[in-house]
Design a protein around this ligand. Structure first.
Ligand SMILES: *[C@@H]1O[C@H](CO)[C@@H](O)[C@H](O)[C@H]1NC(C)=O
Ligand SMILES: *[C@@H]1O[C@H](CO)[C@@H](O)[C@H](O)[C@H]1NC(C)=O
Ligand SMILES: *[C@@H]1O[C@H](CO)[C@@H](O)[C@H](O)[C@H]1NC(C)=O
Ligand SMILES: *[C@@H]1O[C@H](CO)[C@@H](O)[C@H](O)[C@H]1NC(C)=O
Length: 485
């Protein structure tokens, strides 16, 4: 090594020392001035487009494996939601023996109309995790929806909730009969209130409706507006309130932590707080993903979108959004899907890192204020002790030029001289894709194309704790999950 490079290395080391992002890890939940979100047993869920649900569960091998990988990690099957635009194009047909019946000109299309039979609900009832079923309100045929709801209640043993309509703000544009007269947030809220009473009383269950389900932003289309129209009769049927969200934007914008934090804060903080304050009920993201309309081909399958998936679900969860369901659309025509029939999607890697942080935890805290590119999250166990910390360098790296690196220092750890383990979430660049190689891995592991079977040796790196502190380097577009127990 020449003198000059020695000097350069020394400068780099000093610069990293000076610029290290430092997070004080609280020794106990509720301390340290952070905000703590109580956790659902499985905050990360999957949404399946209504007409495509039977295909995912009977004809896509990876579905069961991808879901059961998370069950193995956490002990709890991830929740699923069945719904989407085609729930409002679907009619229940008690006499059909098919799961779904429809025809499309091209297999990449979603059907404009379809019927489904009792077997659809029987299939949903085979899923061992919690299930939300979305039914039709747009067609304004409440007797048909009540008939379907009764079969859902009878067949889906882990039924969590029923939705009555998907993104109803678009009903006029979609020519839905229920919106043939005036249709605005107030009219929709009154309609939801009435439907919740009629369907809830017909199935004889309180706390059964997942209400809301708009995509347009609150407060215009939000829970506060709906709650203002509710009375006690209607509200008793509501299990929780839901909203959809597709932030969109470039890969760089998606993966940038401050953008994600601002997206959650500006759209949802007030609506979540209103629900909590007025009803004490939960708030969920019932359908979400990177870019609307099945995703963007150049954006949604990338590593940057995978990092967004991880950061977004954690920031939402830290903001008291109880569950976040990532949407999966038409099989074979779904850019943001975590898996398909033949290949894996990069977002599964980011989602798995988030699931690994939350596994078995009871509380989550965001350790940063959301204003910068460097994020930290801490999860806590049932005794209130810190369980794991995830640190994220959201600097963009487009595979050209020097790849930056950021030091993260965690302080407040106990254990003099102890060693902590960490798993790295990494890929070649923000543009890497699971279906095009690109060195994606989490803790040295990958998931097989078409199978979702884990491959590679589970790999931890280690670092020593000195004076209650430990420092890790995290490259641009990487994250690190640090195990404190
Ligand atoms: C399963 O997928 C294959 C391949 O796309 C398709 O040809 C077949 O019709 C599908 N079967 C069902 C029951 O959806
Ligand atoms: C709530 O409103 C519905 C009509 O929308 C009515 O039938 C019901 O009696 C009301 N409940 C209460 C507690 O006022
Ligand atoms: C989330 O809810 C908990 C109480 O359940 C509260 O202490 C915390 O401040 C809330 N977080 C946010 C971001 O509002
Ligand atoms: C998945 O398929 C792509 C494209 O053939 C390949 O580059 C990648 O290495 C495969 N992934 C795994 C984990 O085998």
């Amino acid at each position: 090594m020449t003198k000059i490079t020695q000097y350069a290395v020394l400068c780099a080391t000093l610069a990293q020392g000076v610029d290290a992002v430092t997070f004080a890890v609280p020794s106990k939940v509720g301390t340290g001035g952070y905000s703590y979100a109580p956790l659902d047993p499985a905050p990360l869920g999957i949404s399946f487009e209504f007409f495509a649900f039977p295909s995912y569960f009977t004809n896509v091998t990876a579905t069961n494996q991808c879901l059961s990988n998370w069950k193995d990690l956490t002990g709890v099957w991830p929740p699923i939601r069945i719904g989407g635009t085609t729930q409002d194009r679907a009619s229940f047909d008690a006499s059909t023996s098919a799961y779904v019946d429809y025809s499309v000109a091209n297999p990449a299309d979603a059907p404009m109309t379809l019927t489904f039979g009792p077997k659809f609900m029987t299939l949903a009832g085979t899923y061992p995790g919690r299930v939300v079923v979305g039914l039709n309100r747009g067609k304004n045929n409440i007797q048909n929806t009540i008939a379907a709801a009764k079969v859902a209640v009878a067949e889906v043993k882990n039924l969590l909730a029923i939705e009555l309509g998907n993104e109803p703000e678009y009903y006029p544009k979609d020519g839905q009969p229920i919106a043939s007269g005036t249709w605005n947030p107030s009219v929709d809220a009154t309609s939801q209130v009435n439907w919740n009473i009629q369907v809830g009383s017909a199935v004889g269950k309180n706390n059964i409706i997942q209400a809301g389900n708009w995509n347009q932003a609150p407060p215009q289309w939000g829970a506060a507006q709906l709650m203002a129209k509710e009375n006690a009769t209607s509200r008793q049927y509501v299990r929780h309130y839901a909203h959809h969200n597709y932030p969109g934007g470039s890969i760089q914008k998606l993966q940038t932590h401050s953008e994600t934090a601002s997206n959650i804060r500006s759209l949802f903080d007030a609506d979540v707080a209103a629900v909590k304050q007025q009803t004490g009920k939960e708030y969920v993201l019932g359908e979400t993903n990177s870019v609307s309309g099945g995703g963007a081909a150049a954006i949604s399958p990338t590593w940057g979108a995978a990092l967004w998936t991880m950061d977004y679900v954690l920031r939402a969860t830290a903001s008291n959004i109880s569950r976040t369901y990532f949407h999966h659309g038409t099989v074979g025509n779904c850019q943001y899907c975590f898996w398909g029939r033949y290949s894996m999607g990069a977002p599964y890697y980011g989602a798995t890192a988030a699931v690994a942080l939350l596994a078995g935890a009871r509380h989550l805290a965001a350790l940063d204020n959301g204003a910068g590119n460097y994020a930290g999250y801490a999860s806590f166990d049932g005794e209130g002790r810190p369980l794991r910390v995830l640190v994220y360098n959201s600097d963009y790296y487009a595979a050209t030029g020097n790849r930056g690196s950021q030091a993260f220092t965690l302080t407040g750890l106990d254990g003099g001289g102890s060693v902590v383990r960490a798993k790295r979430l990494t890929a070649g660049s923000s543009l890497s894709r699971a279906d095009r190689g690109g060195d994606l891995s989490f803790g040295g592991q990958t998931w097989g194309n078409g199978t979702c079977v884990v491959g590679g040796k589970e790999t931890f790196e280690t670092a020593s704790v000195a004076n209650g502190q430990v420092t890790f380097q995290v490259k641009a577009a990487e994250a690190l999950l640090v195990y404190l127990q």
